[in-house]
Design a protein around this ligand. Structure first.
Ligand code: ZN
Length: 88
């Protein structure tokens, strides 16, 4: 999961990326994906696990991207933004 985060992080150069925001993205993505994981795995046939994991990874990527957007657009109240370098 953290690896997927690191892989997708550069696609959002404006994203804060501090520990708080990273955790928010991960929690958001996990909450989004986990219920489906549980449902699928319960009745999963062993032979299909590998294929399903590819699908799960894809689902996770989508959820992470959504998380990046949400956290970026609505940072948590009182969250300290890093200094604005846009005028440099
Ligand atoms: Zn942050």
């Amino acid at each position: 999961m953290a690896r997927e985060y690191e892989r997708l992080r550069p696609t959002f150069p404006e994203f804060c990326g501090c520990e708080t925001c990273r955790d928010d993205v991960m929690v958001f993505a996990l909450n989004r994906v986990r219920p489906r994981y549980v449902t699928r795995r319960r009745g999963a046939v062993l032979a299909r696990v590998r294929m399903e994991r590819d699908q799960e990874l894809a689902d996770l990527s989508v959820a992470l991207v959504e998380g990046f957007r949400r956290v970026h657009e609505a940072p948590r109240p009182g969250h300290d933004r890093p200094p604005d370098h846009s005028t440099d």
